[in-house]
Design a protein around this ligand. Structure first.
Ligand code: AP5
Ligand code: ZN
Length: 208
């Protein structure tokens, strides 16, 4: 089963993805993670991407689509692909459909995690990520609960960038809700509840 996770920055896509990967072994393809890895390695692609990411803007489609095509089908144990943060506009959604068609695959569900903007601003200001294993937690985690690694704040979680990311989401990514609705693939979960309650509904909506 191949799934697209939709939702505003901070809605909890990555958090739910972590749980689905742990329980079912999905191949988690997060363009944010792929881009941050390129930034950390200091590649030319990473240097180009960083200027967009720091401003809360989308990295150009050709860069992101290239990264995803390279990554598709490389990992996981056959449970399917879990796309997180991609596609982010209609051009990317069409490119994804084409890339999957070449592999003889399709998207089976698009899951929208819905959360109000005011909640999101609070969540992102308190988000911390483990430098060692990538675990996502909050400012309450003094160190990583999984590996004791150091927790850091993402550069784009600073308040001035968060508003740009929310604007970009509303303008460019929200129209994808209609794109997947027309295809009969859209499912929606209320993401403004405790993580485990959201997860119960996520599994239900995906018939897992
Ligand atoms: P990306 O990394 O994809 O960021 P995003 O979409 O903005 O999503 P986030 O990772 O911020 O949020 P999330 O929904 O995963 O929330 P999380 O689970 O972490 O993209 C970053 C940048 O890269 C973009 O701005 C862009 O520049 C570039 N980029 C990436 N993909 C691109 C693409 N396809 N095209 C072009 N550019 C691209 O949760 C957030 C916080 O809330 C955490 O602290 C978590 O612990 C907490 N939390 C989660 N769920 C709950 C809950 N139910 N209750 C309470 N707290 C919760
Ligand atoms: Zn860790």
């Amino acid at each position: 089963m191949n799934i697209v996770l939709l939702g505003a920055p901070g809605a909890g896509k990555g958090t739910q993805a972590q749980k689905l990967v742990e329980e079912f072994g999905f191949d988690h393809v997060s363009t944010g993670d792929l881009l941050r890895a390129a930034v950390k390695e200091g590649t030319d692609l990473g240097k180009e991407a960083k200027t967009y990411m720091d401003a809360g803007q989308l990295v150009p489609d050709e860069v992101v689509v290239g990264l995803v095509k390279e990554r598709l089908g490389q990992e996981g144990d056959g449970a399917g692909i879990l796309l997180d943060g991609f596609p982010r506009n209609t051009a990317q959604a069409k490119a994804l459909d084409e890339a999957l068609a070449e592999m003889g695959a399709t998207i089976d569900a698009a899951l929208l995690v819905s959360v109000e903007p005011a909640v999101i601003v609070n969540r992102l200001s308190s988000r911390r990520v483990c430098r060692t294993c990538g675990y996502t937690g909050t400012a309450d985690d003094a160190s990583c609960p999984k590996c004791s690694g150091e927790m850091y704040q993402r550069d784009d979680d600073k308040p001035e960038t968060v508003q740009n990311r929310l604007d970009v989401y509303a303008e460019q990514t929200a129209p994808l809700v209609g794109y997947y609705q027309e295809k009969g693939l859209l499912r929606e979960v209320d993401g403004d509840r405790p993580v485990d309650d959201v997860y119960v509904d996520v599994k239900d909506l995906l018939s897992l």
